[in-house]
Design a binder for this molecule. Structure first.
Ligand code: 13P
Ligand code: SF4
Length: 308
């Protein structure tokens, strides 16, 4: 089938199944264009909790679809490719996470949403890049914090809030790929471009950034700013919406270290229009979670929603 036929069939199936398509900003443009809602991790969690559709089709990665299932357990949650994982989730296995918690029983655990349902179930509070600072500021000053699994986001939050935190040693394969040397050369070529970055980036990039935020915050910033040119240090999928929000402005992807497209998330980019169509027609693959894990994982996510 051609892309146009997939788009038409997806629209037909959506009506027939009473489905809603949720997509993350790192999805391919053609997937973003068929979605009912596009957002960052927090926006997508809120949407998944509030939808009245019978079926949620999640065009993102597995931890996002699992969060949707945890918040809406009675709904069928479809995912175009079950192999769409995340290096942060994969670098934080449940057993090792629980062992760390046992070693530090006095610490409250604030866990970034980029983790498995198993890890969520063993956490006190979940956060995303858009609400982490707000949540940390609500924790009493004398309570030690264990932050997992992204050490870059954790380090950034420590600096921002002045809170020392015990950090899990994980990182995102995409956000640690940006080259400082190439970035400096790019800034010389484009002296008027403003560098903006996602907080999963490493410290040398973050210290040079004029604005740091979640994907939604970056999008809002470029739309509202009086600047007309930006260097974007995050996954370049977000540029599709930036161009729509501010067509007259210039968006330059920050360069990766190697001569490859490794600033593209290899997990997010597993999803295609064809796989999206196939998961709808087959009503599979779908997210299935152990009910006990699902229930325990719901509590720290709900806590996050209350605190943000
Ligand atoms: P956001 O919540 O900012 O969209 O981040 C999700 C993500 O996976 C970033 O790499
Ligand atoms: Fe995970 Fe990084 Fe991909 Fe986001 S961009 S889904 S953090 S691997």
């Amino acid at each position: 089938m051609t892309d146009t036929e997939y788009v038409r069939e997806i629209a037909r199936l959506k009506k027939e199944m009473n489905a809603v398509i949720l997509a993350h900003y790192y999805q391919e443009p053609e997937i973003q264009d068929v979605a009912d809602f596009i957002g960052d991790s927090l926006d997508l969690s809120r949407r998944a909790a509030a939808t009245e559709a019978d079926v949620i089709v999640f065009a993102g990665v597995l931890f996002m679809a699992e969060t949707a299932k945890i918040l809406s357990p009675q709904k069928l949650v479809l995912i175009p490719d079950v192999n769409a994982g995340c290096s942060l989730a994969e670098g934080c296995p449940g057993d090792a996470f629980r062992a760390m918690r046992r070693e530090h029983p006095e610490h409250i655990s604030i866990t970034y949403i980029n983790c498995s349902a198993d890890v969520k179930a063993a956490s006190d509070i979940i956060c995303t890049s858009s609400n982490a600072e707000k949540i940390i500021r609500q924790i009493p000053a004398d309570r030690p914090i264990f932050f997992a699994p992204d050490r870059n986001l954790g380090r950034y939050l420590s600096k921002k809030t002045g809170r020392q935190m015990l950090l899990w040693n994980g990182s995102c394969v995409v956000h640690e790929t940006f080259s400082t040397t190439k970035l400096l050369a790019l800034q010389l070529e484009h002296p008027d471009a403003e560098l903006i970055a996602h907080p999963e980036c490493e410290d040398p990039i973050l210290t040079r950034a004029a604005f740091i935020g979640s994907t939604s915050a970056l999008l809002k910033h470029v739309a509202q700013s009086s600047r007309t040119s930006f260097i974007i240090a995050t996954e370049p999928g977000i540029i599709h919406q930036m161009k729509k929000a501010a067509p007259e402005k210039e968006f330059i992807p920050a360069p990766p270290e190697a001569n490859c497209a490794c600033n593209n998330c290899p997990y997010m980019k597993l999803n295609t229009l064809e796989k999206l169509y196939r998961c709808m027609i087959n009503r599979a693959p779908y997210v299935e979670l152990d009910p006990d894990v699902r229930e325990r994982a719901r509590l720290p996510i709900e806590k996050m929603l209350q605190m943000s």
